[in-house]
Ligand binder design. Structure first.
Ligand SMILES: CC(C)(COP(=O)(O)OP(=O)(O)OC[C@H]1O[C@@H](n2cnc3c(N)ncnc32)[C@H](O)[C@@H]1OP(=O)(O)O)[C@@H](O)C(=O)NCCC(=O)NCCS
Length: 218
């Protein structure tokens, strides 16, 4: 399942606990994850025009809780500064998704945000021209692998609008399990919206990884 999407990171760097989720290696802006087709790297200010281009599209914003529509000028820059702050503090891990070897071509963004002391919430949005090629799943696996490998997180969660089956499918392919349905606040939509809640506990992630290693060894 995880074959070809392994983040190439030195796993020997110490795990972290407590308020700081991610260790020093992830808190430096040279940190990068590599998959078969993608690089995931820290956001930078020069990404703002590309971020604005896709975030301004209704088909991108409509199922998200926090991308406003219309997309106000300066929002992309604010996203970059906030992402870099969260990454620097080791609280979150927000990464731009680019093709492998083309770090200036933005396909989208993906993030893990700390929730409480030992949980992370996954979020992502890709530019429409990048949809339907498996990039969301590939980037999702990479950042989730990094989370469990680099931090002491016990569970990663995500919530998906019930009208957004593509996103639910991405989570299922990564190994998330749907655990319920209910109303969630979506500040950018100005309302509560009906969402499916998904979780990926560390034990499930470990079991999937072991099964994938056995499959590869065969
Ligand atoms: C959701 C999103 C990240 C998916 O990215 P992606 O790169 O297209 O996803 P993938 O190609 O890895 O996988 C999509 C899966 O959904 C499936 N899918 C797509 N549309 C679907 C639909 N209407 N119903 C059911 N499944 C659907 C695809 O067939 C694929 O599954 P498969 O590999 O089993 O065939 C992307 O559409 C996006 O950024 N949307 C806008 C922002 C957003 O919704 N973010 C998520 C908020 S929770």
């Amino acid at each position: 399942m995880f074959r070809g999407c392994e983040p190439r990171i030195p796993f020997s760097f110490g795990l972290t606990t407590g308020a700081v989720m991610f260790p020093d290696i992830a808190r430096d802006d040279v940190f990068r994850l590599e998959t078969r087709r993608l690089w995931l790297r820290w956001p930078r200010l020069s990404d703002a025009p590309a971020i604005e281009r896709y975030c301004a599209k209704w088909e991108v914003a409509r199922y998200t809780a926090r991308i406003p529509h219309p997309y106000p000028k300066g929002s992309a820059e604010r996203f970059v500064f906030a992402a870099r702050e969260g990454n620097t503090l080791g609280r979150d891990l927000a990464m731009m998704i680019t093709p492998l070897g083309a770090p200036s071509r933005i396909l989208g963004a993906i993030s893990l945000e700390r929730r409480g002391t030992d949980r992370l919430t996954l979020g992502y949005a890709l530019a429409p021209e990048a949809w339907g090629r498996g990039y969301g799943t590939e980037a999702g696996r990479a950042i989730v692998d990094a989370a469990f490998s680099l931090s002491a997180v016990v569970e990663v969660d995500a919530s998906v609008r019930v009208e957004n089956p593509a996103s639910g499918r991405v989570l299922e392919k990564i190994g998330f399990v749907r655990v319920g349905r209910g109303l969630r606040g979506a500040p950018a939509r100005g309302a509560m919206v009906e969402c499916d809640a998904y979780v990926l506990p560390r034990n499930d992630w470990t079991a999937r990884r072991e099964a994938a290693s056995l499959e590869t060894a065969r």
